[in-house]
Design a binder for this molecule. Sequence first.
Ligand SMILES: [Zn+2]
Length: 69
Amino acid sequence: MTQNSRTVSCPRCAKPVRWGPESPFRPFCSERCKMIDLGAWASEEYRVAVKGKDEDPDARSAGSEHDAP
Ligand SMILES: [Zn+2]
């Protein structure tokens, strides 16, 4: 018995993907899933991690000492 229709799960959305010439983006189900998986960590997730370090507490405390008589 030879089964020629092997199926794998897309690593991105877990959809079943036919393992054959009709699935050029295997193991992904589509080009979109492939691009998302390859680019997600490099662009979006990375950008979020970098953000949030814009405040400078030193710039604020320097002005409060001017209040003394
Ligand atoms: Zn997919």
